[in-house]
Design a protein. Structure first.
Length: 149
């Protein structure tokens, strides 16, 4: 009889915990809104957010007031969960920007939530800082403008 009471207690605890997670786990909805509007795949129009002052998403070249603005572009590195091969290295992907000067490069997560299952994307991206005048060329090569942090 005592083990039945324990089993019932465990079931009640599990069900109440599940209900808490489902009903109260995301009340402020940050987990449902992507940090990068350009990666929103719902198709809904989202207002663009202004970049913070600490972010160099569009900055002047140091030492020159008349230099073109710089911005960052990115492309997913193609890495998959549980895959030992990893994604495309920064130096390899930089070759896709041949003819476009790259001032900085970085591998980082895209900031979105991703399902945890083998074979799904890891969410890692390669990020490159280029002149704003070269944005169209980069977009033609599959890169997108980075609006995140």
């Amino acid at each position: 009889m005592e083990t039945d009471d324990i089993r019932i207690g465990i079931r009640v605890l599990l069900v109440s915990g599940l209900a808490f997670v489902l009903l109260g786990g995301c009340q402020s909805h940050p987990c449902r809104e992507p940090r990068m509007p350009e990666l929103d795949q719902t198709g809904s129009a989202r207002p663009a957010t202004a970049p913070s002052a600490s972010v160099a998403s569009a900055s002047k070249t140091p030492g020159s007031e008349n230099a073109p603005l710089r911005l960052r572009v990115f492309k997913t590195d193609g890495s998959r969960q549980c895959d030992k091969r990893g994604g495309t290295a920064l130096d390899v992907m930089e070759r896709e920007l041949a003819g476009i000067p790259v001032y900085a490069k970085e591998k980082r997560p895209d900031g979105l939530m991703h399902i945890q299952v083998c074979g799904s994307p890891t969410g890692m991206i390669n990020l490159f800082e280029i002149d704003q005048t070269n944005l169209k060329q980069a977009e033609e090569r599959g890169f997108r403008r980075w609006e995140g942090e």
